[in-house]
Write a protein that binds this ligand. Structure first.
Ligand SMILES: Cc1ncc(COP(=O)(O)O)c(C=O)c1O
Length: 372
């Protein structure tokens, strides 16, 4: 990877030490240009736009990056939207239960709380948990196990293949939120044998906000009914019939209507960019950078690092707290030097993507050293 040339693809580094991809990634220049090109054609209405071509192109690249089939991918607005489509599409029985992690991202849990069914919480330390705890609480009334692949605070990366095995012994539907992992580390839905995956592109896939996605394994189509039907969900959308509801027999049945095409154009351009770099190279670089953040933290005696050291158990996020020091003050102080990180749940979250360097990390630690 030629890092100097990569950094020239992003304007952000002219102004900031950006260590905050877990919130929003900066957009590559080519992604912004492709959106501008699309918008400039929109001045002619629909005349010069092939909507299907745009959507199918992005669907294909999205399917490729997670080893899915195009027919198993639906576009959504965001992760929470995808999770609600799924939660509302399952016919829950009164005594069913759903298993979640206690400190997971709220949108992974709320759609099931909203259904009024029993929620069983796996206890975690800021999102670091053990799969053995799932074995202890799961039973034949567990309909869903919903977990983030990479936890938004600790950055803990769960072994999804093992989790799916545990869930499938009880025929539970597995729903995995990949908002903090797709584009950072390898996601392979076939290898995982997972039922549902939800996510967005505005973090590790460097796309605009306004587009998310839903993967549903074909064998689970009948267990998850479309819950938000609209003209885009049906095969005969061109005849504008209001007398019948002939859903697509693929994941398009979960789509409702027109999508944010400019967002999809941007997503696709960024997917192509990541494709050129190669997901394996991206993952390797990210794991090296998060390892370096953890190594630098070992120089401090008053720090607790929540993110596991094992590279199989982390991705691009490192989360830590200094004892006796207010994390939000550290984040504010770093910002004065144009170094961008986040405060989450009383700790500091640093997130490094392939475009970051050890030098970025060293700059952050030089200011932290001054604060200590
Ligand atoms: C694990 C996880 N899921 C989802 C989201 C975002 O949800 P949405 O795409 O619905 O805005 C975040 C954002 O921080 C996240 O960390």
């Amino acid at each position: 990877m030629n890092i100097e040339s990569i950094r020239r693809d992003f304007d952000v580094f002219k102004k900031y030490v950006y260590l905050n991809t877990a919130v929003f990634s900066p957009l590559p220049k080519i992604t912004i240009e492709s959106i501008e090109r699309y918008l400039s054609i929109r001045k002619y209405g629909i005349t010069e736009i092939d909507e299907e071509d745009i959507i199918n192109g992005a669907r294909e690249n999205l399917a490729k990056i997670m080893n899915a089939s195009c027919s198993e991918i639906a576009f959504t607005l965001n992760t929470g939207h995808g999770l609600n489509i799924v939660a509302n599409g399952i016919d829950f029985e009164k005594d069913d239960n759903v298993i979640v992690v206690d400190s997971d991202f709220p949108s992974v849990v709320y759609p099931f709380l909203n259904k009024g069914i029993e929620i069983r919480y796996i206890k975690s330390r800021e999102g670091v948990f053990s799969l053995r705890d799932f074995e202890k609480v799961i039973d034949d009334k567990t309909r869903v196990v919903a977990v983030s692949h990479v936890q938004f605070t600790s950055g803990y990366r769960a072994n999804i293949r093992e989790l799916v095995k545990i869930a499938h012994e009880h025929d539970a539907i597995t729903i995995i939120d990949v908002a903090q992992s797709l584009g950072a580390v390898n996601v392979d839905v076939k290898d995982w044998n997972v039922d549902v995956v939800v996510g967005i592109g505005y973090k590790w896939l460097m796309s605009p906000t306004g587009v998310g996605f839903l993967y549903v394994k074909e064998e689970r189509f009948s267990d998850i009914k479309p819950s938000l039907p609209g003209w885009a969900s049906v095969v005969d959308s061109d005849d504008f019939s209001t007398r019948s509801l002939n859903y697509f027999d693929d994941a398009r049945k979960y789509e409702t209507g027109n999508l944010c095409l400019s967002c999809i154009v941007g997503l696709n351009e960024s997917l192509r960019y990541v494709g050129r770099l190669g997901m394996c190279n991206v993952e390797e670089r990210i794991l090296e950078l998060s390892r370096y953040v953890i190594k630098r933290l070992e120089e401090f005696e008053n720090v607790f690092v929540y993110t596991p050291k094992d590279k199989c158990e982390r991705a691009g996020i490192v989360f830590f707290k200094f004892s006796g020091i207010d994390s939000s003050k550290v984040v504010e102080e770093l910002k004065k030097y144009s170094i961008i990180v986040s405060e989450r749940r009383g700790g500091i979250r640093v997130s490094t993507h392939f475009y970051n360097t050890q030098e970025d990390i060293d700059k952050m630690f030089s200011i932290i050293d001054q604060i200590m």
